[in-house]
Design a protein around this ligand. Sequence first.
Ligand code: NAP
Length: 489
Amino acid sequence: MDATLQDVNAALHEAQVAFLSYKNLNGKKKAEFLNAIADEIEALGQELISTAMRETNLPEARIVSERGRTTGHCRMFANLVEEGWWVDARIDTAISDRVPPKPDLRKMLVPIGPIVVFGAANFPLAYSTAGGDTASALAAGCPVIVKAHPAHSHTSDLVSNAIQKAIEKTSMPKNVFQHLHGNGFEVGQALVKHPHTKAVGFTGSLVGGKALFDLANQRPEPIPVFAEMSSINPVILLPDSLEKDFEKTATTLAASITVGVGQFCTNPGLIIGVDNEGLKKFISKLSEEFKKVLPGTMLHQGIADNYHKRVVQTLAQQGIKVEGESAQKGENNQGQPLAASVPASEFLKNHLLAEEVFGPFSLIVKCKDLAELHSVINNGKGQLTSTVIGRDKEIAKHKNLLNILVEKAGRLIINGVPTGVEVVPAQNHGGPYPATTDSRFTAVGTDAIKRFVRPVAFQNFPDSLLPDELKESNPLKIWRYRNSEWGKS
Ligand code: NAP
């Protein structure tokens, strides 16, 4: 049932009450809770898999692997908070005989308060109810209110029930996690505007993410919105290498563009190369590969309609040529794999061509020489990823290209594909606008926790009043930076 504005208000008041006790729980207790969430999600068994498949049209293997990723990140954050070092404790002890006397200063990261998380259409488990935003916020010590995505509301209910069971099993504050439905923008907007909300996690469209970001900035007390929105993940094909490796490159890229009906935020939607023999052979092989890929049913009718609209719009632009297409025509709820090309001179004039077409689509930009290829890259907007494909010697000659790309993307890939995001501490899943609204943070990996904390310094505090992380005896035995040295003392 859709939440009312009274429900939103009550949920935020209860979240604030929960915050005042949850924020003080130690890492071991929070780890028990996060591990219990993972266990309870697994205990949902086939019902969760069947429900998610029915609601999203995604195949069983994909849902099973997404469940593994979801329970995996819950357990990863459990380990992190149990280890405890993530609070980044820094200690500068007093020097009383200095003139003027130096005070005792101790700093660590603390949770910011209730977090609103919007479930994502394209990841019913891993970026939704118990997704990375929820798990990292709970790990940080923040209560979470999830606005369920209406395209998979039953899946969301099942996961929410699993989290409720974990709350009971581990005796967590009752409303540390809450789950609201709302079809239409009223509920989401009220959640963002509520004075107790301290940050927002979002994955979805550029229009939606930007609207929520603007709303959060217009509040009397502005709050951060961590929105992951729009990325076309450029792939740069270095010309000399392509002459030799066109076949493997085309096969690998065709698979990456069309996997999961192209509904990944890291889908390679832009391919940039120099218009030589190598690129011609690459396009011909890519076209062969595209013929073999069947159209696939998309996540929901709205996403399919949007894909069809954007493809038609793109194909109507000056200089566009269809280069590869599935041999079979899809239904109206399906995404038809499609590759098109455009001369760089037209691409550079037309902003619409650099916008995301969410689905199994990629645009090949044909540059007349390396100078034009540099112009295309220089003009590019912020991205989650940028990829360079070439042999080692040729890549080494293009250090200046990598120097530009590092300004534009959150993850740089050499000789790989952008799809497939490892959930590990060294991961960065973020990037300059419009990929996200805050390029300083990642939505994947342990550092995702940093979105929901802030530093606090304690000056001249008696030891008994300090958090355990900062006490002189270091009772938690965590790594700390004490008087300019790392250690566990
Ligand atoms: P969406 O339209 O951005 O919606 C995502 C969530 O945000 C929904 O719960 C929606 O609420 C809410 N929302 C959106 N705009 C809002 C606003 N102005 N005020 C309050 N709430 C708002 O995304 P979607 O439905 O998942 O997919 C639509 C399109 O987004 C796709 O076709 C695709 O282009 C893009 N997309 C991109 C990515 C990516 O990773 N790059 C991922 C998913 C989708 P309601 O449900 O109540 O409408």
